[in-house]
Write a protein that binds this ligand. Structure first.
Ligand code: SF4
Length: 287
């Protein structure tokens, strides 16, 4: 057989069979929030339940009610950033007075987690006029709320982003999304962080999200519910891993109340606190 014939009929060597590529199983990154929850369950069993029950013994089980429509809630929440809630109320009232509509009167149902006195009934501000207002004018209007330059910018940017994306200022469509989708939609707006988005979605729609403000964060850190190195932003997702969806509202409201009334920054009143026996601030080795 000539070499040519052999090539045509019987190959001199078997063609190399490509070895099937080894499937490298992609290792999923462990979810740090779930890992922390498991660690708490293992090392400090029952702590989450203990905290919830202890707070409920002082503050009860607050019922959820919509506080405001979501656009008003967003603007009011921006006004509360680094300011007392009562000052944010003054600034929101000033917006109503400076840019009134002839729309229906809105009612603010602040509930126990709110630190102000509650807005009086009044018409919703005309958001198109707020967005179009000269910046310096808006700064003067909201001055009673504190940090007016930063907030005027944030408010106009948020209103612009909503109008450009949706054609109007309504955020009611967020109620159709899942909690995390809605949170992502809001946090894509410049200046709207996870805390602000979570407040809007929890209080306007009852979505299972956990806004972590300074009171919530302080109490949770002292008890040891959060990893010491977790930052305030991450704290939101640690809570989502620790709590059931229907526990978020009560946990948020009761932690805030506890931070304001008992576990204050400078003088925490340990003797009045039902969490004392398991609080790592009082005893670093608490169970
Ligand atoms: S025991 Fe003291 S530090 Fe700990 S949660 Fe209660 S008040 Fe705060």
């Amino acid at each position: 057989m000539t070499p040519a014939a052999r090539t045509a009929t019987t190959p001199a060597t078997k063609p190399l069979r490509k070895k099937p590529a080894k499937r490298t199983a992609k290792r999923r990154k462990p979810n740090p929030y779930l890992a922390w929850r498991k660690r708490l369950d293992r090392t400090r069993p029952g702590l989450i339940r203990f905290t919830q029950d202890g707070l409920a013994s002082l503050y009860g089980h607050p019922a959820w009610e919509r506080r405001l429509d979501p656009t008003s809630e967003l603007i009011l929440t921006i006004l509360t950033q680094n300011s007392a809630d009562v000052n944010a109320e003054h600034a929101f009232q000033a917006l109503r007075a400076a840019y009134p509509t002839d729309g229906p009167v809105e009612r603010h149902i602040p509930g126990p987690g709110w630190g102000g006195v509650g807005l009086p009934d009044g018409v919703t501000p005309d958001w198109s006029r707020v967005e179009a207002a000269p910046y310096s004018e808006l700064v003067e209007v909201i001055r009673p709320g504190g940090l007016p330059n930063q907030k005027a910018k944030g408010i106009q940017a948020a209103l612009r982003a909503i109008r450009e994306a949706r054609g109007d200022y309504s955020l009611e469509f967020l109620g159709e999304l899942s909690a995390l989708e809605a949170r992502s939609w809001l946090t894509a707006i410049n200046g709207v962080g996870v805390k602000t988005a979570s407040v809007v979605l929890l209080f306007s729609f009852g979505m299972p999200l956990m806004p972590v403000d300074r009171h919530v964060e302080r109490v949770a850190r002292r008890v040891g519910l959060l990893p010491p190195k977790a930052n305030a932003e991450e704290a939101h997702d640690y809570f989502l891993a620790m709590l059931e969806p229907d526990e978020m509202h009560e946990a948020h409201v009761n932690l805030i109340r506890h931070g304001r009334l008992v576990c204050q920054a400078r003088r925490p009143d340990h003797d009045r606190c039902p969490l004392r026996d398991r609080c790592r601030f009082v005893d670093p080795k608490a169970p």
